[in-house]
Design a protein around this ligand. Structure first.
Ligand code: NDP
Length: 276
């Protein structure tokens, strides 16, 4: 098991199980340095979005890293105000241009925005981009089961990935079971709940037992559950720390103890309620 371990998406594409999130890194130089450091540490997946305003830094870092473009998996996302068929095709070209790439590895619908009722048209654009080989895999983000069921009524290709808020307080058990049955990989955003879990006794105790940090315990819990994960950090020592989870195993009891921390608490919006 290493940082470069991959999972196979339902179209056969290999995708790293672990990566770096880059939300809230607006400073281009800081972004480039953090991403280059991550790639040198062994990270092979970078998660950006047009919203994050750092696609140019991601592209620059990939070029500076010394690792071939084909060996790095880059995800971006279509933002809410660009939903719709033509709008999405245009937004994709803007993202690609900013990245300075000629293809993307994974393109996601950032939020379903159910009340605007545009995600099926948006999905049709993602299918077109996939068929035109501009993107190697397509997926969604923040989709609940009902949104996925709705999408299935018109989709000709099922999403390969669903990236959702997921951490010990919001473990997405039902959605994960549904996605597993449908062949959709689940990827966790805010896996560390943005630092909000670091003082929990259950986690600090387990961390102590393994001589690991709470962040490492949470990311290992993701890994053992088969949840793809993308912790964000701009701090070199944390970028390394977060990746150092392949030399210990949580017992079944410890996994159950962490599962039991679920209380439904979110750090981001509820996908049913975000509609603009
Ligand atoms: P995370 O749960 O990854 O937490 C990031 C925060 O934790 C940062 O403040 C970081 O600080 C800190 N941190 C990271 N590692 C450690 C550590 N080992 N010890 C202590 N503190 C640490 O939150 P994010 O919201 O950033 O989620 C991760 C990624 O998920 C995003 O960057 C983005 O790519 C994606 N995302 C997707 C969303 C979607 O709607 N699809 C929504 C939100 C996020 P520092 O950087 O200062 O080191």
């Amino acid at each position: 098991m290493t940082l470069q371990e991959t999972t196979v998406l339902h179209n056969g594409l290999k995708m790293p199980v672990f990566g770096l999130g880059v939300y809230k890194i607006p400073d281009e130089q800081q972004g480039v340095e953090a991403i280059v450091h991550a790639i040198k540490t062994g990270y092979r997946l970078i998660d950006t979005a047009s919203l994050y305003d750092n696609e140019a830094a991601v592209g620059e870092a990939v070029r500076q890293s010394g690792v071939n473009r084909e060996d790095i998996f880059v995800t971006s996302k279509v933002w809410n105000t660009d939903q719709g068929y033509e709008e999405t095709l245009k937004a994709f070209e803007v993202s690609l241009e900013k990245l300075g790439f000629d293809y993307l590895d994974l393109y996601l619908i950032h939020w379903p925005m159910p009340k605007t009722d545009k995600f099926k048209e948006t999905w049709r654009a993602l299918e077109k981009l996939y068929q035109d080989k501009k993107v190697r895999a397509i997926g969604v983000s923040n989709f609940n089961i009902n949104h996925l069921e709705d999408l299935k009524t018109t989709a000709t290709i099922l999403p390969m990935v669903n990236q959702v808020e997921c951490h010990p307080h919001l473990n997405q058990q039902d959605l994960r079971a549904y996605c597993q049955a449908e062949g959709i990989k689940v990827q966790a955003w805010s896996p560390l709940k943005r630092g909000d879990l670091f003082e929990l006794d259950t986690l600090t105790e387990i961390a102590k037992q393994h001589q690991k940090t709470v962040a490492q315990v949470i990311l290992r819990w993701d890994y053992q559950h088969g949840i793809l994960t993308i912790p964000k950090s701009v701090t070199p020592s944390r970028i390394e720390e977060n990746a150092n989870i392949f030399d210990f195993t949580l017992s079944e009891t410890e996994m159950n103890q962490i599962d039991a921390l679920h209380n439904g608490d979110r750090t981001g919006p509820d996908p049913e309620e975000l509609n603009a």
